[in-house]
Ligand binder design. Structure first.
Ligand SMILES: Nc1ncnc2c1ncn2[C@@H]1O[C@H](COP(=O)(O)OP(=O)(O)O)[C@@H](O)[C@H]1O
Ligand SMILES: [Mg+2]
Length: 389
């Protein structure tokens, strides 16, 4: 049997570049090499694409982030510049190498471009955050007509925008905390009215840039004086801001979803952050955050979390995988859907993989299933009529 060539696209322009690198390292380490031939395709922080000489090393997210902090700009590209063709082609990737023109027909400083093509059978865009998890890369993969792992353009972008996501969740009748959303222009025109309106949510509130992840730019506001600086911080990251009523004494429950039109759910797990809330430090740098899998929940609560996870997945029209995150009040037991992550952290020790592990699906099997789901979705799309005549 011919091996399937899987383009693993990782890195990316977002603040979650490092996390993506570690997710990709896990895929390379554990993918079944008897069936798949993985190809490392790295998106640099400046957005350029590289056909990497070798797959990323399996460091922890903390190590990769520390490394990036020590030497932020490492322009050395261990690989060749590459492009994904924005049209259906046998050559999915087009690699350009510049070589000095040495045949004597041109001056020595004129470069010669050597172009080579590489076909991919399927793509695994293991990118987190903007310019990767938000439908942009998915759009390019649609244009290339290549099967790819994970949700499509609409679900990816809806899942990235916390305001749009909430509107779709509300439309599906999912339980949400009270929230407000606004854009910079509205803030500049009428901040007094917005501050007054947010006042009705009580305290604490969480202020978030609408389109980001990994808790970047998020503040927990406990006193009125902290509100305006928190909003201005969020506006540094996005033109759109979401403010939510804080769930006091919240448990953080997460559930993994896998499938296309008939998605399955894992057992729910619980995150116990090392800090006041699950911020960037607690997620990746602080050793103290823990997970409890499966979460200590009643059978009824488990069923409810799983039902809500599928409903959230369907409400944005997701496919392949997603992780749905909940906030659960310790005081009242009320469950709120917090968010959906359409390309959750994907290392072997990430919540998504651990939830499936505990539910009987090991990491290599997970990669396998995701590739099959990508192919199934793609072949279904190929059957559609594309013209009216
Ligand atoms: N409404 C809320 N009530 C209580 N805690 C919250 C609320 N919103 C966010 N948090 C805390 O902030 C963290 C990050 O928020 P989240 O919306 O999940 O952003 P991200 O997309 O960056 O993960 C959550 O994991 C939780 O610890
Ligand atoms: Mg989150």
């Amino acid at each position: 049997m011919k091996k399937l060539r899987v383009g693993v696209i990782y890195g990316g322009r977002s603040g979650e570049h490092e996390v993506s690198v570690t997710s990709a390292a896990s895929i390379f380490k554990h993918i079944d090499r008897t069936r798949y031939e993985p190809v490392p395709i790295r998106i640099e922080k400046d957005g350029r694409w590289t056909l990497a000489d070798r797959p990323p090393a399996a460091l922890s997210a903390a190590e990769v982030i520390q490394q990036a902090r020590v030497s932020p700009a490492r322009p050395v590209r261990a690989g060749r510049e590459t492009l994904l063709a924005p049209y259906p082609s046998e050559d999915t990737m087009i690699t350009v190498e510049r070589r000095p023109s040495s045949d004597g027909t041109a001056p020595a400083d004129v470069e010669r471009a050597v172009v080579t093509g590489l076909g991919l059978d399927v793509v695994f865009p293991v990118l987190h955050g903007p310019y990767g998890e938000d439908g942009t890369v998915q759009g390019l993969l649609e244009l290339a007509n290549v099967p790819y792992v994970g949700p499509g353009v609409l679900a990816s972008s809806a899942g990235m925008d916390k305001a749009v996501m909430k509107v779709l969740f509300a439309g599906a009748g999912l339980p949400l905390v009270a929230w407000r959303g606004f854009v910079r222009a509205e803030w500049e025109r009428g901040r007094d009215r917005i501050v007054k309106d947010i006042g009705t949510l009580g305290l604490p509130v969480f202020v978030k840039p609408a389109n980001l992840g990994s808790s970047v730019g998020i503040s927990k506001v406990k006193t009125p004086a902290e509100l305006v600086p928190a909003i201005e911080l969020a506006l540094e990251y996005d033109r759109k801001v979401v403010v939510e009523a804080g769930v006091v004494n919240a448990r953080e429950i997460e559930c993994a979803v896998l499938g296309n039109d008939d998605p399955e759910t894992s057992l729910p797990g619980e995150i116990i952050p090392s800090r006041e809330f699950y911020d960037y430090e607690a997620k990746y740098l602080d050793e103290g955050s823990r997970s409890v899998i499966p979460a200590e929940l009643t059978a009824l609560q488990v069923t409810e979390v799983q039902r809500l996870s599928v409903a959230a997945f369907r409400s944005i029209d997701a496919a392949g995988l997603s992780r749905v995150d909940f906030l659960m009040s310790r005081d009242t037991g009320a469950i709120f859907v917090n968010e959906i992550n359409t390309m959750p952290g994907f290392t072997t020790i990430s919540m998504y993989a651990k939830l499936w592990e505990a539910s009987g699906v090991g990491y290599p099997a997970l990669v396998d299933r995701l590739i099959q789901l990508a192919q199934a979705r793609h072949s279904e799309k190929q059957r559609l009529r594309t013209s009216a005549v």
